[in-house]
Each structure stands twice: as structure tokens, then as C-alpha cells.
Ligand binder design. Structure first.
Ligand code: GMT
Length: 379
């Protein structure tokens, strides 16, 4: 198949997932065309079946807000026509579903019928999408999609709760490349971060309010008061300066390492003992799944789709949003009990295997096939 993938190219989970999906589809022989405004972060290296089309957004003094959507739809039209795409798969509804609809309508005038699939990822529904400013366009363009998917049952339910959606939404879970994230022994790296054998706690996010990074620091403070420990903070975003101040105020700067955006996430996972994700909402929690694939137990909130991923007492523990005391008590318990840690590590890997890339990619391929069949029938 010739597949056009549209996503945010930045470090967010939706872009990561879309890029990994495109790479996996290319490995299976499909021709994959990424259409984004920047090279997606995980799109590294050459692949004979992968093409990248950058969306150029020309500016003009009149534009306070350069019309990105128009540029994106126009680039989609160009790629559909010139690369003879069979379908478009857009990730994150805003604005990708409405731009896909626009591109679809434009090429239809030339007798080309291209279906588009919209994958809902999280805040495109639960935070931004719900905003009255966007809601009519989001509702319309989701309903016009030839197929809709959500990354968890929770996100599917939330979508039906907040929008008058007239079609089925297929749940296709996020996936992980188990081989890539297989835990490795990296003694020198571990030694550099925790020279005195300290336990290593890890958090990975884009440091937005919804991630509740201050809770990570509060949990860590309690753990560090109970045992020697280090905290690795991976990623960057608006809350980072506030987190740095918080660490200074708590006097824990020497034990907290901000490592910024990391491409070799699997190495960071490999040296970690515990992953913390206390989010206010998380449709799925892809970073937690990647941690599990590296045998790192997860302490999370129980918001959104997290309980579908993080199984109580098997892969880690989940607590109410903001309940840092319970999270810290669990963390201390796990890190002080080697048998429990070993149990959770094995459980984490077992759970991650259920979301193995090889199990999930065929679900997308089957959906593409059925959408193409349907498009043929409707022609
Ligand atoms: O919705 C977002 O915050 C953006 C999105 C992203 O681009 O990072 O994250 C969402 O999609 C991921 C991939 O499907 C999920 O693993 C994240 O849980 C989800 N984030 C939220 O729901 C907050």
C-alpha cells in the first residue's frame, strides 16, 4: 500500500507512535510518505520505502497566524496526486483530521477518491478538542473520517462522552518494539548517574501541566529521605523552570539530573529501577509501556487509560491523581524489597509483550484493507 502519514514531528507520544508505525509498515513492504512540518524525531536513518515531505508554511506581513492548515492540506494534495497514495492516516485530530478532509475534497474534484483514517491520541479529545473554539471542527472532521481509532478503551469512551460521534471507534492500542527496549547491562552509564549504588527513578515527559511533574519531585523527595536515590528527568517543556526551582527549594539538586530530550531512550530505561507517571490524564502512557519493555516497574496515577496498561501489583501500582504519599510509600516498598522488585520487573515485561509491535501492526493493516474495500464499494 502507499500510505500517507500526518503527525506532529515533535517529542510527543502521538508523533513517536505515528513514526514507529510508519517505520514498521515500511519494513513490511508498504510505501510510507510522512507529511509533516519538520522531520519527525524518531525518523532517523535511510529506509528505501520511506519518503518525507516537508510542509512549507510561507509567511506574509499580513499574517499574524500563518495558515498552516492550508499549507498542510495543499501538501497532502500534492503527495496524494504525485505519489498516488492509497490512503491517508492522520494522527491527533487537531488540525490533522480537518486538513485531511479538505485534501480529500480537493482531489475528489479530480476524480480521485482517497480515504483517511484518524487516530485519536489524547488531549486532541480530552483537553484541546473539548474546547468550544475547536469542538465543531473536531466533531465534523472525526465524523467525516473513513475510519477512527483510539489508543485505549478509555479514550474511545471519552470521545463518545464529549462528542456526537456517529461512527464506531476502533481501539488499537499503542505498541512497543520489545527487542529495541530489551534491558541491557550498562554498568558505566549506571555508575555515572548513581556512583554509590543509589536507586534510579525515572520520569519521561514533555513537562506540561497535565503530566504533574511536581508530583514526581515530591515522590522522589520522600524516597530520597528514606534511601540513597537519584532522579532522572528526561524531556523538556513549559514546566521545567518551575521544576528546577522546586528542586533548589527542596535542596535535592545534587540528586536530580535533567537530561533533556533523549533519542536513546532505551539506554536510560535500561539503567532505571522505577518509572513515575503521575499524570492528571493519560489516554495510554506510551512512555510507561516503553519502560515496562525495559523491565522497569511503573508507579502511575489511575487516570484515563493508565489502568489498562499498568496492572496493580503485577507491573507496578497506580494511585489517585495527586496522592504523592501513597506513590512514595509504594516506591519505597518496591525499592526496599528485591523479591517484589523482581516480581514487578517480570510482570512489566510480560505486560509489555501483549503490546508487542508484531501484534499491533497487523491490526492497522487490517483496518487499512477494510477501509480500501469500503472505498471501492462506495465508488
Ligand atoms: O495528548 C497529548 O498530550 C499529546 C500526545 C502526544 O503527542 O504526546 O500524547 C497522547 O498520545 C500518546 C500516544 O498515543 C499517549 O501515549 C499519551 O498518553 C497521550 N497523552 C495524554 O493523553 C495526555
Amino acid at each position: 500500500m502507499r500510505i500517507g502519514i500526518v503527525c506532529y514531528p515533535t517529542y510527543g507520544g502521538s508523533g513517536v507512535l505515528a513514526t514507529e508505525l510508519g517505520k514498521a509498515l515500511a519494513d513490511k513492504g508498504h510505501m510510507v510518505h510522512f507529511i509533516t512540518y519538520q522531520q519527525p524525531v524518531r525518523l532517523n536513518g535511510f529506509h528505501a520505502n520511506i519518503y518525507y515531505h516537508e510542509v512549507q508554511v510561507p509567511t506574509y506581513p499580513l499574517f499574524d497566524f500563518p495558515p498552516y492548515e492550508s499549507a498542510l492540506s495543499s501538501t497532502m494534495v500534492d503527495v496524494i496526486l504525485n505519489q498516488k497514495l492509497d490512503l491517508l492516516h492522520v494522527h491527533y485530530a487537531i488540525p490533522h483530521a480537518s486538513t485531511a478532509y479538505m485534501a480529500q475534497q480537493i482531489v475528489a474534484k479530480q476524480g480521485i477518491h482517497i480515504p483517511f483514517i484518524t487516530t485519536l491520541h489524547g488531549t486532541d479529545i480530552t483537553l484541546v478538542g473539548k474546547d468550544k473554539t475547536y469542538a465543531p471542527v473536531v466533531t465534523f472532521s472525526i465524523n467525516e473520517s473513513n475510519a477512527i481509532t483510539a489508543v485505549s478503551n478509555n479514550l474511545r469512551d471519552e470521545t463518545f462522552k464529549f462528542f456526537p460521534i456517529e461512527k464506531d471507534i476502533a481501539v488499537i492500542y499503542n505498541f512497543v518494539d520489545i527487542a529495541r527496549f530489551a534491558r541491557k547491562e550498562l554498568p558505566h552509564f549506571r555508575q555515572a548517574i548513581a556512583p554509590n549504588g543509589e536507586k534510579i527513578l525515572l520520569h519521561v515527559s514533555n513537562f506540561r501541566k497535565v503530566k504533574r511533574v511536581p508530583d514526581v519531585v515530591k515522590v522522589f523527595k520522600q524516597v530520597r529521605d528514606a534511601m540513597p536515590a537519584k532522579l532522572l528527568l528526561v524531556g523538556d517543556g513549559p514546566d521545567r523552570p518551575m521544576i528546577e526551582c522546586m528542586c533548589r527549594e527542596l535542596g535535592i539538586c545534587d540528586d536530580v539530573r535533567f537530561v533533556g530530550k533523549q533519542e536513546q531512550l532505551e539506554d536510560v530505561m535500561s539503567i532505571s529501577d522505577l518509572f513515575i507517571l503521575p499524570s492528571e490524564y493519560e489516554s495510554f502512557g506510551l512512555a510507561a509501556l516503553e519502560a515496562m519493555a525495559s523491565q522497569v516497574p511503573v508507579l502511575s496515577s489511575n487516570a484515563g487509560g493508565l489502568p489498562e496498561i499498568n496492572i496493580e501489583g503485577e507491573t507496578g501500582y497506580s494511585s489517585a491523581v495527586g496522592d504523592v504519599n501513597t506513590m512514595a510509600a509504594h516506591a519505597i516498598n518496591i525499592l526496599k524489597d528485591p523479591a517484589l522488585l523482581a516480581h514487578l520487573r517480570a510482570g512489566a515485561l510480560k505486560q509489555a509483550s501483549r503490546f508487542h509491535i508484531d501484534n499491533i501492526i497487523p491490526q492497522y493493516e487490517a483496518l487499512y484493507e477494510s477501509v480500501l474495500q469500503q472505498a471501492l464499494v462506495e465508488k
